[in-house]
Design a protein around this ligand. Structure first.
Ligand SMILES: NC(=O)c1ccc[n+]([C@@H]2O[C@H](COP(=O)([O-])OP(=O)(O)OC[C@H]3O[C@@H](n4cnc5c(N)ncnc54)[C@H](OP(=O)(O)O)[C@@H]3O)[C@@H](O)[C@H]2O)c1
Length: 287
């Protein structure tokens, strides 16, 4: 029997990035369903699980993606609630690549510094999909974690409260609009992470040159310019300023790719439910 991946997306398209990885990882075909609404999921799931008989369920799987993280989780729950033995299939969720990217970012950074427990971590762009999952994973590793918004303090604090509640963690919120404010936030940090919108630089090389405390910076944005001046995408703990070492976007992206392949391959072997926790376990072994 051929291996079918049913790609349920909250967006108007199914990400070619995820389609490519799924097919390269061994699925024979990936079938996109776009603009999926929660109320459609039970019917879609029943069509997927019943059409090929109990034996066929091993050869069908569901991927849930798209930009609406909340809806992705609702779709995963509805799909799971619509299945029962022996009619169950694997489900893997990775909204906007956030789960696998955050998992790779946090696992790589943690490995580079010998563990995140007790570390002070500041995440610029921490209100976005990648940043909020990264913040949750850092906090779960007992790091003192702060997300930073480019808007106002209230927006940062509200986002921190929401993320803390969704993931059962405790993170702080802050705001910084200028280079000076961003520098002030990292003066006592051990690690500064950039998960900002592509193409935005958080601190220039000149600004990083003024940092006096030992600092690790990590960036996930592969679109120039990098989030931290002087940091190249392939850098792996490269010294970029007297007190600053950096991890670049491709270094993290390569681990993200391996994590996604690992999870798709596991779906072809066993029936699994994979989310950001699965991605992080995989990333810790692959980083
Ligand atoms: N390496 C990989 O494999 C990989 C995979 C997926 C994504 N990515 C990259 O990961 C990054 C994060 O992705 P995402 O989807 O979470 O990003 P996103 O939603 O596009 O943006 C993240 C945050 O950036 C902040 N932001 C927007 N404009 C800003 C500005 N002018 N100055 C400072 N901050 C600004 C926003 O926060 P506030 O409004 O609260 O400031 C937003 O929540 C992107 O650069 C993306 O390209 C990399």
């Amino acid at each position: 029997m051929r291996n079918h991946l049913f790609f349920l997306s909250t967006d108007s398209h199914a990400s070619p990035f995820d389609m490519n990885i799924a097919l390269d990882a061994g699925f024979d075909v990936a079938l996109p369903y776009v603009c999926v609404k929660e109320e459609q999921v039970e019917g879609l799931t029943h069509d997927i699980i019943f059409s090929r008989g109990p034996k066929g369920t091993k050869h069908s799987a569901i991927f849930v993606g798209g930009s609406d993280m909340e809806l992705v989780e609702k779709i995963v729950k509805r799909a799971g609630d619509s299945m029962f033995d022996p009619f169950t299939v694997s489900i893997f969720s990775d909204p906007k690549g956030a789960y696998t990217t955050a998992a790779a970012l946090v696992a790589k950074t943690g490995k580079a510094v010998g563990g995140l427990s007790g570390k002070k971590i500041v995440i610029f762009g921490g209100t976005g999909p990648v940043g909020q999952v990264a913040a949750a994973l850092c906090s779960k590793e007992n790091a003192d974690t702060t997300i930073v918004t480019s808007r106002d303090k209230k927006a940062g604090e509200e986002a921190a409260v929401r993320i803390s509640s969704v993931y059962g963690v405790s993170i702080k919120g802050a705001a910084a609009k200028t280079g000076e404010e961003r520098l002030a936030l990292i003066q006592e940090a051990d690690i500064a992470i950039a998960t900002v919108k592509a193409g935005i630089q958080i601190l220039s090389l000149n600004e990083l040159g003024s940092v006096k405390n030992p600092l690790i910076v990590a960036d996930v944005n592969a679109v120039p310019p990098s989030g931290f001046g002087g940091l190249a995408p392939g850098d792996d703990m490269k010294q970029i300023a007297p007190c600053v070492k950096g991890i670049g976007a491709l270094c993290i992206g390569f681990i993200k790719y391996k994590v996604e392949v690992d999870i798709f391959e596991s779906m072809l072997e066993n029936k699994i439910t994979a989310n950001f926790k699965t991605a992080y376990e995989s990333a810790k072994t692959l980083a």
